[in-house]
Design a protein around this ligand. Sequence first.
Ligand code: PEP
Length: 253
Amino acid sequence: MTNKLKYFIGNWKMFGDFKDFKIVNKINQFSYSPRYRSKKKKIILCVPNVLLDNFNKKIGYNHISLGAQNCHHYHGSGPFTGSVNASMLKSSGAEYIILGHSENRSEGESYSIIKKKIISSLDKKFIVIFCIGESLADKRAKKTYSVLREQINGSLDKKFDVNKIIIAYEPVWSIGTNKIPKTHELIKTVKFIKKEYKKIFKTKIDPKVLYGGSVNNKNIGLFSQIDELDGFLIGSASQSSKKFIDIVKNYYK
Ligand code: PEP
């Protein structure tokens, strides 16, 4: 195992309540516990918008960061009922933001809308967790690479700062299904994403690429062997402090 920085990012989705601050608190304490504080890791919890400000104020000295899960594409204020912009999320304490999640793409979020969201979030000094991934039909039709290339091309821009974008590779067929890619396929795909990104944007800097989809405390052992991965986006297992902490512990076993 290398000494590279690894990300463990929780995506609570539309789950959680104010009382779940105890989960945040436990993970925060764990992150700084004697055995794990020296690990080169970054823990981020992306919680529902309404919890951000409350959690941010309560957390005190934090060894983890908070993130949001989406924003409206318009950078300013406007007549967009029920929406929040990047600026509002920033002032609520979020430092990271998930954009392009397949659950939002499936609601009709287009490449250009995602791009606008990225621009607006970068403008507000967010670190963007940009999700890409092929569907089961794409995989079966052997279109994985062309879909990933299209998603990268469609929403990223070479003007973006590679250091402010983290790519989360989340095959749609692995989200919430307990199915994970074969190790050799995952390594190939992560290498492809890094290479493609560098080619498109004519950069020598490797983008950070995470894996997301049914990560749990058992399969994390497999993933920990994959040096090409810069970390993980964790959905349902991040809604329990025990499950999330066990993932991090087992990663470093
Ligand atoms: C997600 O939705 O980002 C995700 C990774 O979900 P899960 O871990 O539950 O598959």
